[in-house]
Write a protein that binds this ligand. Sequence first.
Ligand code: C2O
Ligand code: CU
Ligand code: CU
Length: 490
Amino acid sequence: MDWERDGMTRRSALYHSAGALALVCSFDFDKRGTAARGKTSANLRSQLASPFEPFQRDLPIPAVARPVRATKKLEEYVFDMKPGTADILPGLQTPILGYNGGFPGPTIKARRGREVQVLQRNQSGRSLNVHLHGGVTLPQFDGHPHDAIPTGEERLYKYPNVAHSSTLWYHDHAHGETAQTLFAGLAGFYLLDDPDDNHLDLPQGDYDVPLMITDRSFNKDGSFRYRLDLDRGFRGDTILVNGAVAPRMKVERRLYRLRFLNASNARAYVLKLGNGRDMIQIGSDGGLLPAPVRRKEIPMEPAERVDVIVDFRQFGVGSKVILHNQGGEPSTSAVMRFDVVRGSAEEARIPKLMREEEELPEVNAERSWPLTFQGLAGGASVWQIGGGGFSEMRIDCRPRQGSTELWTWRNLSNRTHPMHMHGYHFKIVSMNGKAPHPGDRGWKDTVAVYPNETVVVRPYFDHYAGLYVFHCHAAEHGDMSMMGQMEVVA
Ligand code: C2O
Ligand code: CU
Ligand code: CU
């Protein structure tokens, strides 16, 4: 296919044509200078058909992991964290680091009340560490950044699955290096199901689709191109869904559950379907909402999850429905496309009510966390929470187990910070003085704190006590070093 080769040659010419301006890390993280001339691959996209054109590939669905042993009470998995290759660009292999060597990693399907154990064997050549994002786990299984697994070693993670059904994900959390390891491909879905939700008749099986949205850039040889940007975080020029460039998916005229995950390092999205058709949001980070919420646009910061039902019966057979990113540049504005191919008998429905609102214990403490970009002696800068960067030696707060608190994130910078808490969930009380959008009123573990705004959340320190971190999920910010520690005391 000549157009491919032509496209690649022109991209490569671009990369090698000027002096070193930008610091670039390729997949193996060798830092080397490379050309950056203000032109990007977006310019080339408009001139010739290229593998970066959207809707050329079918949506891949990450394989569901098979347990090595399973009983009613326990499922056991063994994963190898190791280098592999991904088929992203035609005719090229993209080196990645992945769970079982794949990107995205295998999907773990878990059930409430049945424990999952994952033996993670590190064959990557570097120190890694696995975090179940949104998971309720004992602190020793949470993937605290100091619990590294040296290469060649392994660690057993136990996930009790005591929380409600929700869309979780697991990813690397190597201390100070998550921007690189996440970018390299260490991320996968963990779908926690609750048999008590069966009466809701939500779409299942092929009609329940996990969609991991990431952004990447590429070198001419097909490898991921990383460019360090501590201020904004990494922003790629190409959108991948489940590891494919803005793919297309054949759908029937019926209800689908789409589970969106923003697994990008730092890019935010504003998802919009077709020319503003409704998406019916049913879930967020911490699981199902009390009731469905109709939305035309859904903003998603890194690490946030949004579950929606889309009713494709509103489109005729032959329709091609684009999922747009309203916040994108020209090359990152198409996320994927749904091609309506046939009618179908419906088995699912849109529930009216999904989950009861819990009564929360009284607020036991109030804390305020300024978020700042701090200059250091010597000219460097770092991101900080409450006037400090991450230190293993410092515990920033000690909430009481079983209590709720009010936490105020005060963003004193001009970048958005998706603030995330391990081990627990929170309710958003207010966003810059206003009530949150109904889609943000369920349980959350990550919340957007926009530039110069203030967000108040109410964490509930239930389930387990112990040491956990909270941090900005723009990976570059969290690494350098917008992260604090809390010790929840029994
Ligand atoms: Cu996805 Cu510490 O987080
Ligand atoms: Cu997390
Ligand atoms: Cu941040």
